[in-house]
Design a protein around this ligand. Structure first.
Ligand code: FAD
Length: 293
C-alpha cells in the first residue's frame, strides 16, 4: 500500500480545492483496502474515500487525518457471460465503456465525459439528464454490488433493490459501505453506433464545458431553475457583492467553476446564498456535490 503524509487533497479533486490528508492511503489490493477501511471505521466510525474526486468539495481550512484513495485496489474486469460483466470499483468509467463496447455491449456511453471511477459512479448513481427527463442512470445496468460492510467487516453482495438507487443517490450515501465492484448487464450495441454516441458526447462536452477550470459537474440535484438562473445573473452583474474566485458558469447556472485560486469559503458562499434564497422563496434545493466540511 502506498502511504503519503500530509498530502494536499486539492490535487485529488477536479475542483482543485481541499486541505491536506494527514495520511493518504492508496491500497493496491482489495485485501489491503478492506483491512485499512475497517481499521479506520472501528476507530473513527467514518471513512473518507476518494475515487475520481469529480464530485467533491473539500474544506481547505482543515486537515483530514486519514483518507483512502480508490484508484488501485479493485481493478478486476471480467465478462461473466454474454452481456454480463464484473467491474472493480477502481476502474475509470472510460475503461469500462471501452471494455464492453469491444465485445458488442454497452448502453451508457454518454458517461464518457465523467472524470470518475466506477465505484464513484455507483455511489452517486451517475447518469445523464435531469430528474424529470433522464436519459439513463447507471442503476439501470446494475445487477448487484459487492461491498465491504464497515460495521461487520464482511464482504456483502447487495441486489440492485438493496442499493436503493434514486436520482443521484444510493444506499451507499449512508457511508456504511465501501463499494468494491459491481455486476452489470449491458445492452447489445452496434459498435459503430456506440462510437458515434461517444463522439457526440465528446463534442457536447467540448462545446459546453470550460476546460482548464476546476469543476465538479452539477452543484445541485434538486433546485428551482429560474431562481438559480436569477441568482447567477445577480452575481454576474455584481448586484450581489462577492470577490471570490469561484464563479457560476457562463452557460449553466447549476455549474460553478474554480477560476484558479478559489477557496472552499468562496464556493460555500455561493452555495449558502442559493440555499438562503431557495428557503426564502419556499423552493427545494439539494446539493449534488458531496461536501467534506
Ligand atoms: C466535467 C464533469 C462532468 C460531470 N458530468 C456528470 C454527468 O453528466 N452526470 C453525473 O451524474 N455526474 C456528472 N459529474 C459528477 C461526477 O463525475 C459524478 O458524480 C461521479 O459519479 C463521481 O465519481 P467519482 O469517482 O469522481 O467519485 P468521487 O467524487 O471521488 O466521490 C464521490 C462520493 O462517493 C464516495 N465514494 C467514491 N467511491 C467510493 C467507493 N468505492 N466506496 C464508497 N464510497 C465511495 C466518496 O467518498 C464521495 O462521497 C460530472 C463531473 C465533472 C467534473
Amino acid at each position: 500500500m502506498i502511504v503519503l503524509n500530509n498530502e494536499p487533497l486539492g490535487k485529488r479533486t477536479t475542483f482543485h480545492i481541499g486541505g491536506p490528508a494527514g495520511k493518504l492511503y492508496i491500497p493496491e489490493t482489495e485485501a489491503e483496502l478492506t483491512k485499512k477501511a475497517k481499521e479506520i471505521y472501528d476507530r473513527d466510525h467514518k471513512v473518507y474515500v476518494i475515487s475520481g474526486g469529480s464530485n467533491l468539495l473539500i474544506n481547505d481550512k482543515r486537515e483530514f487525518p486519514e483518507v483512502i484513495v480508490m484508484s488501485k485496489a479493485c481493478k478486476e474486469m471480467t465478462q461473466l457471460k454474454d452481456g454480463t460483466f464484473y467491474f472493480g470499483a477502481s476502474n475509470r468509467i472510460q475503461k469500462v465503456i471501452s471494455f464492453v463496447n469491444k465485445l458488442g455491449y454497452g448502453g451508457f456511453e454518454e458517461l464518457i465525459g465523467l472524470p470518475a471511477l466506477f465505484g464513484g459512479i455507483i455511489y452517486m448513481n451517475a447518469g445523464i439528464g435531469r430528474e424529470s427527463a433522464p436519459l439513463f442512470t447507471i442503476s439501470e445496468f446494475i445487477d448487484s454490488v459487492k461491498a465491504l460492510e464497515l460495521e461487520t467487516g464482511k464482504i456483502v453482495t447487495l441486489s440492485a433493490e438493496e442499493c436503493a438507487f434514486g436520482h443521484r443517490t444510493s444506499v451507499f450515501k449512508n457511508n456504511k459501505y465501501i463499494i468494491l465492484g459491481a455486476q452489470i448487464t449491458c445492452r447489445e450495441v452496434d459498435r459503430g453506433d456506440a462510437a458515434a454516441r461517444i463522439q457526440k458526447r465528446r463534442e457536447h462536452c467540448k462545446k459546453n464545458f470550460e476546460y482548464g477550470k476546476g469543476c465538479f459537474g452539477s452543484c445541485f440535484m434538486r433546485f428551482c431553475g429560474p431562481l438559480l438562473r436569477t441568482i447567477s445573473t445577480l452575481y454576474k452583474k455584481r448586484i450581489f457583492k462577492y470577490s471570490g474566485k469561484v464563479k457560476f458558469a457562463s452557460n449553466n447556472a447549476n455549474w460553478i467553476y474554480n477560476e484558479g485560486g478559489g477557496t472552499f469559503d468562496d464556493a460555500m458562499k455561493l452555495i449558502r446564498q442559493c440555499k438562503r434564497l431557495h428557503k426564502m422563496t419556499f423552493q427545494k434545493l439539494e446539493c449534488e456535490v458531496i461536501i467534506w466540511e
